[in-house]
Design a protein around this ligand. Structure first.
Ligand code: F6R
Length: 611
């Protein structure tokens, strides 16, 4: 979703800002823009479409200057066009702003400003904010800092902003509420961005702004951060572990393929130091033993792929730790007036750590007394900081919009969490712990073996590229795998795909079965094997074509199916991780043959920071 970059320092800011915008492209956007202060003028350039369009536009323009802000916009208020793109500039062209989030009371503020003579050029909520800042600055004859603070006190909504003023060309004011903003502190230069990717080659020293904090970034002066009442805030400079190579494709045609192939390594990182002498050790569990021993119920909140991981987490935690678990879409949970007690634990799962609905669900759960545990990837993200404790999945930056390595990391962490809780509560057999720990240890190797399916899946994909619909069916641990397989296909190939519990098929979806509709069965060797065999027979009996994910050597399902993707033998609880690999590859190759933009599918954003 929208991305912010800002720079103030000794160097020309244009190349830094443009490169930064390219780094933020993965978040999803539909227009881009840049504003640079030079000779007390704000030069503003904006363009619909890709950052490369903006670059073309800027070729013949003045881009000099050492202070600037830039933005990638994912439209919320007003269609994606040049005018609605950010930055937005105030009526007198004095102040420019970039903004992520939404100003909910923008129409009330707009009407009031109109009465004071303000005219508006765009349909956006952001223009209202910049006009308000200018109006306050002029009326109160105050500094930019005071005007921003006053304007934000009148705003209802979510925001991360960076504001510049042509009359104070040595200052950027930045602020956040429910939308991420990070400041990079370099050598005589400071960066502002939605995440650290735009400036990682210049500095790894970062400050994460907290909600309701305002940063005053002045050339040649140390960073100052204040709260909304203008009281100074403490500045916590952190050192980031992120390398530029993690943000590049490394020879792969797409980030998604790179990320699929990285999984042996990322799962190795996820597991590192957490399996000790055949036991699982998670500091989030050992530090909160009493909470986990006294819990009555766990509620998992998440969205999209992370919600699918949550469904697997439910099975795992119920099986190993014998705690009742509910799984909720964060967007539904937050408005459902849920019954929560201080004996509940809410587990929030989020790759980006910035998903607005998940963040709101956490806030609600905390208000109602629950202990909140996070399963996040992005270190220092809003969700990671909002939770009481948690476990990072440590799979490195995920750039492809379709989540792959984050999903397997999430399920791996949930497997470890369930096993650790089972041991803590004495609800899991010692032999099972040993078996799961041993299988987790072998997981990177099992994924490497599974990735050998790539070539055959690439061929298989060509057969199915022109289908309009797909059905994905699984049972038990692999019912969520079916949902996730279907989601992967639909989001990157735009082929309609539905996931169902295989036995539910006969209650409706079976009507769809004909030779035009391929059904993907996730059918490894597990306790549901015989049941799923009969589900496959039901599809075959109606002329449907069947692609099955099976355990190597399973002749029975191989003979029934038209195509198989065979994965190595693995304990049932880990089969969703291994089975997800062929499903990711199938979706990827079908989308590539269709010529789709795999890494940046239409309409989708990597980090969903609006409701
Ligand atoms: C699908 C996908 C999305 C995300 C969802 C939640 O491939 O990536 O469905 O899973 O938007 O995002 P996070 O995990 O960042 O909270």
């Amino acid at each position: 979703m929208c991305g912010i970059v800002g720079y103030i320092g000794k160097n020309d800011c244009y190349p830094i800002l443009i490169k930064g915008l390219h780094r933020l492209e993965y978040r999803g956007y539909d227009s881009a823009g840049i504003a640079i202060v030079h000779n007390n003028i704000i030069n503003l350039y904006k363009s619909r479409g890709k950052v490369s369009e903006l670059e073309k536009l800027c070729e013949s323009k003045c881009t000099e200057g050492t202070l600037g802000i830039a933005h990638t916009r994912w439209a919320t208020h007003g269609e994606p066009n040049d005018t609605n793109a950010h930055p937005h500039i105030s009526q007198d062209s004095n102040i420019a702003i970039v903004h992520n989030g939404t100003i909910e009371n923008y129409s009330v503020l707009k009407e009031a400003l109109k009465e004071h003579g303000c005219e508006f050029q765009t349909e956006t909520d952001t223009e209202v904010l910049v006009q308000l800042i200018e109006y306050i600055k002029d009326t109160n004859k105050c500094s930019l800092q005071s005007a921003v603070i006053e304007a934000l006190s009148q705003v209802i909504g979510a925001y991360a902003i960076a504001v510049i003023d042509k009359n104070t060309p040595d200052t950027i004011i930045a602020a956040r509420k429910s939308s991420p903003l990070v400041i990079g502190i370099g050598d005589d230069e400071t960066f502002i961005a939605s995440d650290a990717t735009p400036f990682i080659e210049y500095t790894n020293q970062v400050v994460y702004l907290n909600d309701d904090e305002i940063a005053i970034v002045k050339r040649g002066e140390p960073l100052k951060v204040v709260k909304s009442n203008n009281e100074p805030s403490e500045i916590d400079i952190q050192t980031l572990k992120l390398s530029v190579s993690q943000l590049e494709k490394g020879g792969y045609p797409h980030f998604m393929l790179k990320e699929i192939f990285e999984q042996p390594e990322t799962l190795g990182d996820c597991l590192r130091g957490r399996i000790v002498d055949g036991h699982i050790q998670l500091s989030g569990v050992t530090d909160n033993k009493d909470v986990f021993l006294n819990v009555n119920r766990i509620i998992i909140v998440a969205c999209g792929t992370s919600w699918h991981a949550g469904l697997i987490g439910k099975r795992l935690i119920q099986d190993f730790a014998r705690i009742p678990v509910e799984v909720e879409y964060a967007s539904e949970f937050r408005y459902s007036n849920p019954v929560i007690t201080d004996k509940d634990i809410v587990i929030a799962i989020s790759q980006s750590g910035e998903t607005a609905d998940t963040l709101a669900a956490i806030q609600l759960a905390k208000q109602r007394g629950a202990f909140v545990y996070g399963v996040c990837n992005v270190v220092g993200s809003s969700i990671a900081r909002a939770t009481d404790s948690g476990t990072y999945i440590h799979v490195g930056p995920e750039i492809g919009v379709a989540s792959t390595k984050a999903f397997t990391g999430q399920v791996t962490v949930l497997t470890m969490l369930a096993t650790a809780l089972g041991e803590l509560r004495g609800t899991v057999d010692k032999d099972i712990v040993k078996k799961v720990a041993a299988a987790l240890y072998r997981l990177p190797d099992l994924i490497t073996q599974t990735l050998q399916l790539n070539e055959s899946i690439e061929k298989l994909a060509r057969t199915f590229t022109y289908c309009h619909n797909f059905l994905y069916l699984g049972r038990g641990y692999n019912y969520p795998s079916a949902l996730e397989g279907a989601l992967k296909l639909k989001e990157i190939s735009y082929i309609h795909a539905e996931g169902y519990p295989a036995a539910e098929m006969k209650h409706g979806p079976i009507a769809l079965i004909d030779k035009e509709l391929p059904t993907v069965f996730i059918a490894p060797n597990d306790v549901m094997h015989e049941k799923i065999v009969s589900n496959i027979q039901q599809v075959k009996a109606r002329g449907g074509s069947v692609i099955s994910v099976i355990t190597k050597g399973d002749k029975e399902i191989a003979e029934l199916s038209d195509h198989v993707m065979a994965i190595p033998e693995v304990p049932e609880c880990l089969s969703p991780v291994v089975a997800s690999i062929p499903l990711q590859l199938l979706a990827y190759h079908i989308a590539v043959v269709k010529g789709c933009n795999v890494d940046m599918p239409r309409n989708l954003a990597k980090s969903v920071t609006v409701e």
